[in-house]
Design a protein around this ligand. Structure first.
Ligand code: 5AD
Length: 362
């Protein structure tokens, strides 16, 4: 699909044409990753953050937020819960928090890998290469780092440098791949100033980066952030992408078509816009992964990257209760294994060899 074709689909409004897009994406999904929906238990281990991302409620400048850090025991208990619920993966996520010592986190990863059969996914922000390498050597399987937008000017506007060091997530993504992580990235949809051209470029970037995982969700304004207070330039009328539910489905569908073998989640941000059926519609229009939130209830409202997150409203469904029924109700099955990237399976022995020589390329 060319950039112009992607833009045409992003601008499509006619219901019968959109039905065609959904059918196309659903077919590509079935053919490449099958009917299984993989469940990944999400544990938000710390909401401390040193960064000042203009859109995110966890930004260091948000002094209205009470901060927490989970203990190793608490994290392990959540991982064990994921295993007991029959999930194949635990995803540990946090703000960019150097109070989480790299060596300490490596020990947590080792314990998760020793005590459970789970795949371990990390999402701890733009940590130094040495940390990423240490965690990989400790047994971490996957890493998530969204690049948020491929428009570099917009990117730099909403991601202030830290200590004079410019933020370059594309560079880190390349490092993650070299280290042998299954690598995931993604973007927000409808960032103020983001154009259709930009969003089409994002989808092309997913393909060019050859990602194992791609996660997208609508931008949701947070009142305690500069972007949420409307302090940033907007694109011209008609050129700017809306942060809508429909636009999110279009991006999920187009991501599936351009990255047929990727693992694609139906995200919490999408469920936040349509609590009743958003997750299901994401799964019906290209997605094949759900990440139920297993963060202990007392911390959950504090991981407020944007307001009214679905998982703080419908504890039941988002803690995994009901999720199996919801998946069955749309004719899908729950994945039984770890839900590794099918791309990797195709790589065979050479893929394994690459995994063994972790970090050889660094
Ligand atoms: N609206 C939507 N998504 C957000 N994220 C952070 N802040 C917001 C927001 N206000 C997303 C970013 C980040 C992920 C963990 O959450 O894409 O990578």
């Amino acid at each position: 699909m060319t950039r112009d074709e992607i833009i045409t689909w992003l601008r499509e409004e006619r219901a019968p044409m959109l039905e065609t897009l959904w059918r196309l994406a659903d077919g590509v999904r079935r053919e490449n990753v099958g009917d299984e929906v993989h469940l990944r238990g999400l544990v938000e281990i710390s909401n401390h953050c040193v960064r000042q991302c203009a859109y995110c409620g966890l930004r260091a400048g948000n002094t209205a937020l009470a901060r927490y850090r989970m203990s190793g025991e608490e994290i392990l208990a959540c991982a064990n819960e994921a295993a007991e619920l029959g999930y194949g993966t635990v995803v540990m996520q946090s703000g960019e928090d150097y109070g989480l010592d790299a060596g300490w986190l490596a020990e947590v990863v080792r314990r998760v890998k020793r005590e459970t059969q789970l795949a371990a996914t990390l999402s701890f922000g733009e940590r130094p290469d040495a940390d990423l390498r240490l965690w990989r050597e400790a047994g971490a399987d996957r890493y998530l780092l969204r690049f948020e937008t491929s428009n570099m000017e917009l990117y730099e506007r909403i991601h202030p440098a830290l200590g004079g060091r410019k933020s370059d997530r594309f560079e880190i993504i390349r490092t993650l791949k070299r280290l042998g992580y299954e690598t995931g990235s993604g973007v927000m949809i409808g960032i103020p100033g983001q154009t259709y051209e930009d969003l089409a470029g994002d989808i092309e970037a997913f393909r060019d980066l050859d990602l194992e995982m791609a996660g997208v969700g609508p931008y949701i304004p947070h009142p305690e952030t500069p972007l949420g207070r409307g302090r940033f330039p907007r694109a011209a009328e008609g050129a700017e992408v809306p942060n809508s539910e429909l636009m999110t489905y279009k991006v999920i569908a187009l991501t599936r078509i351009t990255c047929p073998q990727a693992n694609i989640p139906s995200t919490t941000a999408l469920a936040t816009l349509n609590i009743a059926f958003g997750r299901e519609l994401g799964l019906m229009r290209g997605a094949n992964v759900v990440m139920p939130n297993l963060t202990p209830a007392k911390y959950r409202p504090l991981y407020e990257i944007y307001p009214a997150k679905a998982c703080t409203r419908e504890t039941e469904a988002d803690s995994g209760g009901g999720i199996r029924e919801r998946i069955a109700s749309i004719g899908r099955t729950v994945g039984t294994g770890r839900g590794d990237s099918p791309k990797k399976a195709g790589r065979g022995e050479s893929g394994k060899a690459q995994e063994k020589s972790v970090g050889a390329g660094l």
